[in-house]
Design a protein around this ligand. Structure first.
Ligand SMILES: [Zn+2]
Length: 113
């Protein structure tokens, strides 16, 4: 037997399923991390450019997302959105090689296949 919910918005309801078993209050949602903008780095790894001449040119060969190197197809360009000063967002479009893609509801993520 469960107790009435203490949340004022529930008005003293006792949350149960169709068989009378206690269930979680629908207002009691777990804390979720907030999304944040990604840090995209196009890096020439293990290269120290010179101040002038051909040595000052860099050729990025590695993509990092939030500091983690990721695989990208060789023939897929990385596109950086047009940037205008002001309140425009900085956007990057790139293709990643995925090991696994999961499409699921949050509540299904703990299920074993
Ligand atoms: Zn409640």
């Amino acid at each position: 037997m469960s107790a009435p919910c203490a949340r004022p918005e529930c008005g003293g309801d006792t949350h149960t399923d169709g068989w009378g078993n206690p269930t979680r209050c629908p207002h009691d949602t777990p804390e979720r991390p907030k999304p944040r903008a990604s840090v995209i780095e196009l890096i020439a790894p293990d290269y120290q450019p010179t101040d002038d001449g051909a040595g000052s040119i860099i050729v990025p060969r590695e993509v990092r997302i939030n500091g983690v190197p990721v695989y990208t197809p060789k023939d897929a360009p990385v596109q950086i959105g047009d940037i205008q000063l002001g309140d425009e967002l900085v956007t990057v479009t790139l293709t990643l090689i995925a090991r696994r893609v999961v499409i699921a509801a949050d509540g299904d993520l703990g299920e074993q296949p």
